[in-house]
Design a protein around this ligand. Sequence first.
Ligand code: ZN
Length: 179
Amino acid sequence: MLSPIRLVSEAAELAAHRHNGLARKGRSSDPYINHLAEVANLLATATDGADAELVAAGWLHDTIEDTDTTREELAQRFSERVASLVVECTDDMSLPKAERRRLQVLEAPKKSPGAKLIKIADKISNTAARIQTDPSAEEREDLADYVEWATQVVAGCRGGNPWLDEKFDAAVKAARAVL
Ligand code: ZN
């Protein structure tokens, strides 16, 4: 087992390499790594640095979904728990988007406590990325649509970390202010 600092550091490096050249989802054209750094840092802050595997999984949470990374590789390089947290946060990309979204709402309450925190942090980051100072009609519609869905997913994940719950509520409030 890697030391906590090595676990997080190696997760950040692998994520940076695997998502290299990719821009984030949503309206913002930030490099993808910015999203991963934000999610990992939200998790580190929420748990006050007490759970290195959770922070590592935050860095890696989109690697299986968006890159050629496998569960086996993550289990071998990091730990079984890191791999399993990432798998819990991986959508079946062979399904249409509407079905993936429906399943996220349905399955959120059944996730492990750690995966629930990653999902909330992910929704905080993705909501914030969609908030524009002067949104077009299309951007406004995308934000409204995202916030409505994310609120349903987060409803099934709340209660494990009040600070993270509040951060999500604040992101939703900021989004509603521009809608
Ligand atoms: Zn993500």
